[in-house]
Design a protein around this ligand. Structure first.
Ligand code: ZN
Length: 137
């Protein structure tokens, strides 16, 4: 069995940002040479997410609006915000998830028809990492 590991570095210009990373993951899969297996993609930080959904800007705006209603940045009273201001970002990340696992078939990410992989940043404007781990043969 082969294995392959790669990190992507993200550095968003905005505090909140949803970024499509399907092409970078597909490139990592091509570099791995693995034809059949599993591909894990996870955020290495506790205030950002990796998730799969539709590549549609209206939906992305809806996600951000919905998350802001659930965990408003400006709400006072986050017990985590002692010397930090990212209590909301931890909650947003928990809702949107840490990682995705995608089947690898015939050297391709074996997606449903509209699936794309996204990085969700909820406390950005600094360097953060995504881990890609692929196992198979
Ligand atoms: Zn924090």
């Amino acid at each position: 069995m082969k294995n392959y590991r790669k990190e992507l570095t993200m550095n968003t210009r905005q505090r909140y940002q949803l970024i499509r990373i399907t092409d970078q993951v597909q490139q990592a899969l091509a570099d791995s040479g693995i034809q059949e297996g599993l591909c894990l993609v996870n955020s290495m930080h506790i205030t950002s997410s990796v998730f799969i959904n539709d590549n549609e800007s209206g939906l992305h705006a809806d996600f951000l609006e919905w998350l802001e209603k659930l965990a408003p940045y400006s709400r006072s009273g986050y017990r985590h915000n002692v010397g930090e201001d990212n209590g909301d970002a931890h909650l947003k990340r928990q809702i949107m998830g840490r990682e995705v696992v995608v089947a690898v078939s015939g050297g391709q990410l074996d997606f449903g028809p509209w699936e794309q992989i996204f990085y969700g940043e909820f406390d950005g404007c600094r360097s953060k990492r995504i881990l890609i781990k692929i196992i198979g043969e």
